[in-house]
Design a binder for this molecule. Structure first.
Ligand code: F42
Length: 144
């Protein structure tokens, strides 16, 4: 059995607990902005433990676009390394939970199209990219 390793960040851990504990009826938006959030359950690259990562909901048809912005911080979020090592995730979107497989988007044209969708869904992503010299990783999650 894999162990659940809650986020060390209070607001993130609390959002996961409220979102999942309510069956996807509470805590489903970003604090002040009211924009929808999903929970991505992923496997730790080093620990092998279960990680739960809230991200903004960016949809491309039935697929989800996952943006490793971390508010424009200089380093990639840790979950990026988890997804690179283990592509199988579960995505909770409100009351629905889907088994999905992610791939990092490397193709420039595809990334540009998905990035535009991401900024449309959550405009601050554009500013986050200007805060950091790293290229913000973008993943596409598709039904497994
Ligand atoms: N972050 C984003 O990057 N993009 C978003 O769209 C986004 C939206 C969002 C909405 C609501 C909300 O509550 C949070 C949101 N966040 C968003 C923040 C996001 O949930 C993450 O907290 C943030 O991206 C930072 O991710 P992180 O994985 O770096 O988290 C830190 C705090 C963390 O959990 N660190 C752990 C720790 O113990 O320090 C380690 C986590 C980990 O996965 N370790 C791996 C393991 O094996 O377990 C090893 C990873 C490796 O280095 O190989």
């Amino acid at each position: 059995m894999r162990e659940y390793l809650p986020s060390p960040s209070d607001w993130v851990r609390e959002q996961v607990e409220l979102y999942e504990g309510s069956g996807g009826t509470q805590g489903t938006t970003l604090r002040d902005m009211g924009l929808p959030v999903i929970i991505v359950t992923n496997i730790g690259n080093k620990t092998g433990g279960i990680r739960k990562t809230p991200l903004m909901r960016v949809k491309d048809g039935d697929n989800y676009v996952l943006v490793g912005s971390r508010g424009g911080a200089p380093k990639h979020p840790e979950w990026v390394y988890n997804l690179r090592a283990n592509a199988d995730v579960e995505i909770r979107d409100l009351a629905e939970v889907y088994s999905m497989r992610v791939r990092e988007v490397e193709d420039d044209a595809e990334r540009e199209r998905l990035w535009a969708l991401a900024v449309e869904a959550f405009p601050p992503y554009a500013e986050y990219q200007t805060r950091t010299s790293r290229k913000i990783p973008v993943f596409l999650a598709e039904p497994a």
